[in-house]
Design a protein around this ligand. Structure first.
Ligand code: GLC
Length: 741
């Protein structure tokens, strides 16, 4: 025991020595750097070839790198390309290496399911592994830094960027945020399989008014602290290297120049020692916001409020030297921003070897590792959500004679990569298994596969209906793959109408008339509205956009080689008129018990108020029973813990995984409390007939909330326990008292 204390002591001492050593090296660099060179470190430009925002072509990038006027580039990928730019940086006077950043959001060469789809897996180790593989491929390709994870809580499916996050719930979103940072950053920065992660978009971007991208956000500080900040805090707890602030104004102040967020909370209360990068040209966009008079004013406001690096607006490059010389921005503030950026360059090992990540052999090996595709296939299968299977059409038998595979999503490949796939020109992403190919590989030689497109994703061209109906009539079962195009969700892709586009629902109505068993696959980057299909079709599978292994994963599910286990990370509304609609809402003074309880209740007169599909919902080919709920006590004090256990049984005939969900309700408080809140979950694999005792531990942290003084407290009183298979499918209930201490 003594020995390990000594070892630990030595380890901590060596760590702090290394950190002290780095700070001393940074001090020495700052001493030598001119003000222009310091400002250069705060400047980031994109590679012109594949911009990810409104591009202002700047022809002098290579010259400015040699002059030390650039600290980082984004959208440069490849061991060779990054080496080229790094060689230019080594020609500068101070020879400070460049940082290369890229949106590695859900995979690099091998794409994984959209982050919202991965969230539907509720499988934290696998989500971490997915990020680990993305980091390994990206780091081998010269990338030091991914602009991920996006951890914006989002309750509005009209917002196109819901595809990029983990959905509506703070508890699930925080767990996933932590896992993704750990996956991207690995054991430590400086490993050649690790990249810096970037918690974005700080903060509140997902609460844009009307679900319209870049729109204003206005919320109470209590809502900010209770719902939107915790996933960001989870990234800090995970050691995230960087933050990116958001385009939106929050309560009247653009996040890019919001000192409360960046200085008081992030760098102050949370003691964040990384750096903050603005989002694309968001510094200059404060002019359009009406918050900065001009670019010079915007530069001053952003830096003074804590924004360290300027992505693509040139405001820092053009005005910071002048602002310091005029005494409007202290050079010490510039020094702090430079220090934060240099610290990460040291941690990545770039000063020891600027070409550390530019190894063509390592890149070749990392980008051709078949294990990556295997994990992507498992991740994709676990992200799929079974919404309906009323006549048990699924799983399909491999002895089926004829299968008709119909629809606009069956054969195209690109769509399956989804939005924010790494630029397909720059990275060979040709490895992608279409949905058709996945089925072709799955079925036996005695099964005939028939195809028809049937209709387009958009438009009203019905000319393909006839052929599709004829093909359907020749089959034993019909699989139809429909949805929205991959680029109908994503940045600047807000939709006022989130119904299935075009005439796809009408097409299904025509197919239904054939009387054939029909399986519907819905591909999308967000919750869609498809009420007629949901009410009239017996078998519906939500397949999101699943990445490189889409076809194989879908086939695995359809034929039962993987029993679907996904659970919705977002509520699916019946109509846009219900939005925002989320499960952990407040009760109101006139809550309605169910869709029939509408007289003088908080409901609509023209639509049921319940969701079409609830948060946490997802079916399996098997069934699970929840029994024997036991509490270690019916009371606890805030300095104690209480354990809850129950028996989960696989009561069906297929091996399967169940995501058991623990919800708590604080019956009353000094502020109103949600009708229920997710406070625990476990993904449990059971064979048919197998049982397992599941245990959750309740501690004071799970009972705490922000009161109206913004204090994080718990209050004595009664708490309801709800354990279920979804937020609406509660199987076991009980309650306990939190006693005064
Ligand atoms: C975009 C996005 C941000 C991304 C950045 C760089 O505008 O808002 O998420 O990381 O620019 O591509």
């Amino acid at each position: 025991m003594k020995k390990c204390f000594i070892t630990l002591g030595l380890l901590l001492a060596s760590l702090s020595y290394a950190q002290k050593n780095t700070e001393q090296k940074i001090d020495a660099l700052l001493q030598k750097m001119t003000l222009e060179e310091k400002v250069g470190q705060l400047n980031q430009y994109t590679n012109d070839a594949n911009p990810t925002g409104p591009l202002v072509i700047n022809p002098n990038k290579e010259k400015e790198i040699k002059e030390g006027k650039l600290g980082s580039m984004l959208n440069v990928m490849g061991a060779d390309r990054t080496r080229k730019y790094q060689e230019l940086a080594m020609q500068s006077r101070m020879k400070i290496p460049l940082l290369f950043g890229l949106d590695v959001i859900h995979g690099y060469k091998i794409t994984f399911p959209l982050p919202l789809a991965e969230a539907a897996s509720w499988d934290l180790p696998l989500i971490e592994q997915s990020a680990r593989i993305a980091a390994t491929e990206a780091a081998a390709s010269g990338v030091h830094w991914t602009f991920a994870p996006m951890v914006d809580i989002a309750r509005d499916p009209r917002w196109g960027r819901v595809m990029e996050g983990a959905g509506e719930d703070t508890f699930l979103g925080s767990k996933i945020a932590y896992a993704r940072v750990k996956g991207f950053q690995g054991n430590q920065l400086g490993d050649v399989t690790s990249v810096m992660a970037c918690a974005k978009h700080f903060v509140g971007y997902g609460a844009a008014v009307g679900g319209r991208d870049y729109n204003s956000v206005d919320m109470s500080n209590r809502m900010l602290w209770e719902t939107y900040l915790p996933p960001f805090k989870a990234t800090v707890d995970a050691g995230v290297a960087t933050f990116m602030n958001s385009f939106n104004d929050l309560n009247g102040i653009p996040a890019t120049a919001n000192a409360y967020l960046q200085r008081d909370i992030l760098k102050g209360k949370w003691k964040f020692d990384g750096f903050i990068v603005s989002d694309w040209s968001s510094i200059n966009e404060m002019i359009a916001h009406g918050y900065a008079k001009d670019s010079k004013d915007a530069a001053a406001k952003a830096l003074l409020a804590g924004n360290d690096m300027d992505m693509e607006s040139s405001a820092y490059r053009n005005y910071l030297v002048e602002l310091v010389r005029e005494g409007k921005v202290p050079e010490t503030v510039v020094d702090d921003a430079v220090r934060r950026i240099l610290r990460k360059k040291f941690e990545l090992g770039l000063f020891d070897n600027p070409y550390k990540y530019c190894d063509l052999k390592r890149q070749e090996k990392a980008l051709n590792n078949l294990e990556h595709a295997k994990v992507a296939r498992e991740m994709a299968a676990k992200s799929i959500v079974l919404l309906k299977n009323e006549q048990n059409i699924l799983p399909l038998s491999k002895d089926l004679k004829t299968i008709a595979f119909i629809g606009p999503m069956v054969k195209p490949k690109r769509n399956n990569h989804g939005f924010w796939a790494v630029d397909l020109k720059e990275v060979d992403s040709s490895y992608i298994v279409s949905q058709w190919e996945g089925l072709e590989r799955k079925v036996g030689k005695n099964t005939k596969l028939l195809y028809a497109k049937g209709c387009d994703i958009e438009g009203n061209n019905r000319s393909g209906f006839e052929e599709a109906i004829a093909v359907a009539k020749q089959s034993d079962v019909v699989i139809v793959s429909i949805g929205e195009r991959h680029d109908m969700s994503g940045e600047a892709k807000s939709r006022s109408n989130i119904h299935l586009p075009g005439i796809q629902e009408e097409f299904i109505q025509e197919l239904q008339k054939t009387g054939k068993p029909i399986v519907i696959l819905i591909n999308a980057g967000r919750p869609l509205i498809f009420n007629w299909i949901a009410d009239n079709m017996p078998t519906i599978v939500y397949t999101w956009w699943l990445g490189s292994e889409a076809g194989n994963a879908i086939a695995d599910i359809l034929f039962g080689d993987y029993n679907p286990s996904g659970k919705l990370p977002m509520t699916f509304p019946r109509d846009e008129g219900q939005i925002p609609l989320y499960y952990n809402h407040f009760s109101t003074g006139r809550p309605s018990k169910d869709d029939n309880d509408v007289v003088y209740k908080s409901t609509y007169i023209d639509l049921p108020s319940s969701p079409k599909f609830a948060f946490g919902y997802g079916l399996s080919y098997t069934t699970f029973s929840y029994t024997d709920l036991k509490l270690s006590s019916d009371k606890m004090k805030s300095n104690e813990q209480l354990s809850i256990s129950f028996t989960l049984t696989n009561s069906g005939k297929y091996m399967g995984e169940e995501v058991v969900q623990l919800y708590l309700k604080d019956r009353f408080g000094s502020v109103v409390r949600p009708v229920k809140e997710l406070k625990g979950f476990q993904k449990v694999k059971l064979n048919p007939g197998e049982q397992k005792t599941i245990t959750f531990t309740i501690d004071n942290e799970l009972l705490s909330f922000y009161n109206d003084q913004l204090q994080w407290i718990s209050e004595p009183g009664t708490f309801d326990i709800m354990i279920g298979s979804s937020s609406q499918d509660i199987r076991l209930q009980s309650s306990f008292e939190l006693m005064p201490n």
